[in-house]
Write a protein that binds this ligand. Structure first.
Ligand SMILES: [Zn+2]
Ligand SMILES: [Zn+2]
Length: 262
């Protein structure tokens, strides 16, 4: 099992793509702008999209991907791409994107009986079975809209080590309670703002380095911690503040193109 980082930035600029991870070659975790760097045949292999929340930087490649692969998948008789998310997130996609105004309703195209996308609700705490022995737990997140994180179980050979992605989140005690019960190999955690912007971080329910330190104090370790969702142009400032934190964990900035073997 491997996870490739397609995008991990909090916004766009040349060289910066928003959140998307590819598990093996068929499961997408969030669908930010990073998805657009995959060649068409790789896009057509995606069978599942797990969505952390409804914000645009995490969902905007879903409608574009549907359009890109619709003909290829229909010609090959492939089933719909399954989009998995909280019911509120699926409702937001239906109402605000696949509404015939922003984009056509690809849950009914090219044919209502065999569409390119199908929507599948999940709940926090649920374990999704994605085939090939892959199991992903839905974790809680604390954000301005209903949101989740994900824990990918690397399987029995790893002693059930988990790759964990927090999603967009502010301080979240429930997450640390659950992670205390799991074996962790990697933690991908957001730090969207620098300390100078701590008020904005708090209002928008994101983390800044000072808040990150308070969160990581709940995590037994050492764990390999990867920082994600930093705004373009702020990576150095945020990582400098993070470098001054005293923690037993290894902290590094996540980069598009990184591949993590589980
Ligand atoms: Zn968000
Ligand atoms: Zn975001």
């Amino acid at each position: 099992m491997k996870i490739r980082v397609l995008g991990c930035s909090g916004a766009i600029a040349a060289g910066y793509k928003t959140t998307a991870f590819l598990l093996d070659d068929d499961v997408l975790i969030d669908a930010g702008t990073g998805v657009g760097d995959l060649p068409l045949d790789a896009l057509a292999r995606i069978d599942h999209i797990l969505v952390s929340h409804s914000h645009l930087d995490h969902v905007l490649s879903i409608p574009l991907l549907a359009d890109s692969v619709l003909r290829l998948r229909a010609a090959a008789g492939r089933p719909p791409i399954q989009v998995h998310a909280l019911p509120q997130t699926l409702e937001a996609l239906r109402r605000h994107i696949f509404n015939g105004v922003i984009w056509p309703d690809f849950t009914r195209l090219p044919k209502a009986e065999s569409p390119v996308l199908s929507l599948h609700p999940f709940e926090i705490g649920e374990r999704l079975d994605l085939g090939k022995g892959r199991s992903i737990e839905v974790l809680s997140a604390a954000h301005t809209v209903p949101a989740v994180g994900f824990a990918v179980d690397a399987g029995p050979a790893s002693g059930h080590a988990h790759w964990v992605f927090t999603g967009d989140t502010g301080p979240n005690p429930a997450l640390w309670q659950r992670l205390a019960q799991l074996k962790l190999s990697h933690l991908v955690i957001e730090t969207a703002f620098s300390n100078e912007e701590h008020e904005l971080a708090s209002l928008s329910q994101h983390l800044c380095p000072a808040a990150l330190a308070r969160e990581l104090a709940h995590l037994d370790g050492p764990v390999s911690v990867h920082i994600t969702h930093i705004k373009p142009g702020e990576v150095e400032a945020v990582m400098q503040e993070i470098a001054s934190l005293s923690t037993g964990h290894t902290l590094r900035p996540l980069q598009a193109g990184d591949v993590m073997a589980l």
